[in-house]
Every structure is written in structure tokens, then in C-alpha cells.
Design a binder for this molecule. Sequence first.
Ligand SMILES: Cc1ncc(COP(=O)(O)O)c(C=O)c1O
Length: 384
Amino acid sequence: MIAPYTFQPKGRLLDFMRQAGNPELINLAAGLPSVHCVPKAGLERAFAVALAENGDEALGYHVPDGDVRLRELWAERFSRRGIRISADQMVITTGCSQGLHGMIRLLAAPGDVVACEAPAYYATLEIMGDLGVRVLPIPVRDSEGIDFDIVQSLFRRFRPKLFVVCSTLSNPSGATIPNDVRKQLVELCRETGTRILEDEIYGELSEVADLQPIRAFDDGSVVSYVTSFSKTVAPGVRVGVCLPGPDSNPFALYKCQQDMHSATLCEVALRRYLERGELDTHLEFLRRFNRERRELALRVIREHFPETARVWEPAGGFLLWVELPPTIRLEKVYQEGLRRKITFGQGTAFYTSEARPGIRLNCSRPSEGELVQGLQTLGELLRR
Ligand SMILES: Cc1ncc(COP(=O)(O)O)c(C=O)c1O
């Protein structure tokens, strides 16, 4: 029976993030794209131009809401995907993480019921545990995400204050909710008084034609939206954006109290990068790169993993979710993997409630050779 529970903060986020930097491991666990997916030449140019031509501005303080021109450029991108928004309704954030933390904190009080997918992005769970909200786990059914009938009955019963959802290429499941369900979700949440916090950090990596963010089916009265350039440009620039809703001031104040504003130099450089119009070409490259890597990984998995393993094929991105039979002792496989210098994302880290065994695999970060070798070894360990 599904019911709200309190996620105990475990502080594992710190371990995960530190492990991501260990060069000795074939890292199938990390949630970040390959270093080859960062447009280094374009960014080198953009940072140089930002310093040469906008130096005074780029090295000074600016408004907490972030660079206006960057917000305008982002608004133009949003309009192509059906979100109508102006610069003054947006706040630039230090990564998507800051938007997630700030919005959950502003929209839910300790003890409130907050729904989120199961499995869910680990840091979101940790934030929720830290803020003392009660988590209502919504099972992700398959690569098309949640089952709307289940959501409907749970929302009518528990009336969650907030629903945090990674709508497109969810982490870790890779699931993408189809447009018609997105629309239904907005209507349902209007009825149950639930605010949606849409995390669409993988949105522009989607390979589904005409997919629109949930926010596009709303005017901002039900849906708040966060994303960043971490998966499409570079995680290290730490530039994200939050569309808080009808009033962006409470979020802007939260942000101002946290870090005054995000790094001006990074914002101005990204603005210069976007102004050159290079991001769309780069996104085409990323989608192709990710598709090729996924296809390679799927071939190796089919050949080497036990037949009982079920891969959810995502419609884009670089993360693969593999469901395993309950008989698998995943912790043992994980420890044996580490001994053989391979690490993967353990499903238990992402689950809000009872674990259905599953693993998350990153097929972008390792080299092709490492990916094949890592998956073959993992297959061997799973078959034992
Ligand atoms: C679903 C999801 N949301 C947010 C984040 C954090 O994004 P950022 O690095 O921009 O803070 C990640 C990073 O892995 C993620 O997968």
C-alpha cells in the first residue's frame, strides 16, 4: 500500500559526488555527460569575448534575478516549446539544484505531503528528507512514466501540497511522460490543489518530436519549472533557471539570501554563447552521440545480461534503467564490481519506498571501450 513516509537524510549525496571524480573506476554510475559532450571551443570563445568585451559587467555584482539578456534568450528558447514567459518571471539559479531546493522549501512546510516519482533523483529525495516533508512515492511504470489512474487516486486521497516531477527523461528511470498525460496532470493538480514542480533538466535532450514541458500546458498558476545547462552545455558552469510562478519575488529573495546571485562571468559567457546560435547545432550532436551510445549499450546488455533483466528504452539522453529480478543480491554485485573497478547507480539509492531492484547506467561518460568492458563484466556478475 502506498502511503507518505519520511525520507531519512542519509548524506549519501556527498559520497556519490565524490565518487564521480575517481579516475580509476569505469564509472557507469555518474549522472553527468561525457567530457566530449561539452562544447569546449565554443565556451572558450564565449568566455574570452565576455572578458574582453563585457569585462566590467562580467566581473562585478549584478541583480539576484540574473543577467537580463540571458533570461530573454532563455525565454525565446522556451517559447519554441510552448512556454510563454518574460524575463521578469524568471530567476537565474546556481544549477538546477538551487531551483529545486528553493522551490521545495518555499512551497512545502515540514510535515506536508510532497509527491515524487519512485524511483526519483536522489538529491531531490535528500532535500525532501532534510526539509522534513512527507514523501508520497508515485511508482514509475515504464519508459512513459507514471500511471495517470494511480496518480489520480493517490492525489485525490492524499491531496499532496506539491508534486516534484522530472517530466522528460527522468533520472534515474529515463521515463518521459507523454503530452496528453502532462495536460491531464495539470488539470488534476488544479483540482486537488497540488502545485507541480517540474524539473526538466534533460528536456532538450529528448528525441520525441513536439514534446512540450508540463509548464506549457499551464500559465504558471499550477506549475513551477526548473532546469539548467548542466546536461546540455556543461555542468561546471552551474547556470540554471527557475520559473517560480505568479510571483517570482519569494524565490528571488531566497536566492539572494543564499548566494546573492549566480556567477556573473558564467552568465555573461553563456549569453555570448547563446547569441552565436551554436546551442542548437550542439544539441543535434548530443542527441546523435547519446543515441549511438545507447544503441551500443543496449546491444552489449542484450548479449551479456541475464534474460530476466529488463531495460527501459528511453526516448533520448544517456541514462539507462535496468530492472532486475528480486532474487539478485545487488549489494554483493556492487561490491564485486568495485573490486573490478566498475561502479553503477544502485536502484536502492533512488527509491522512496520498497525496492524493486534496478540499476542506472550512464552510457555517455565512459569511453566506448570502457562502456563495453564495464557492461560485459557487470553482465557476468549479474549472471552469477
Ligand atoms: C533530475 C536532475 N535534477 C537536477 C540535477 C542537478 O542539476 P544541476 O547540476 O544543474 O544542479 C540533476 C543532476 O544530475 C538531475 O539529474
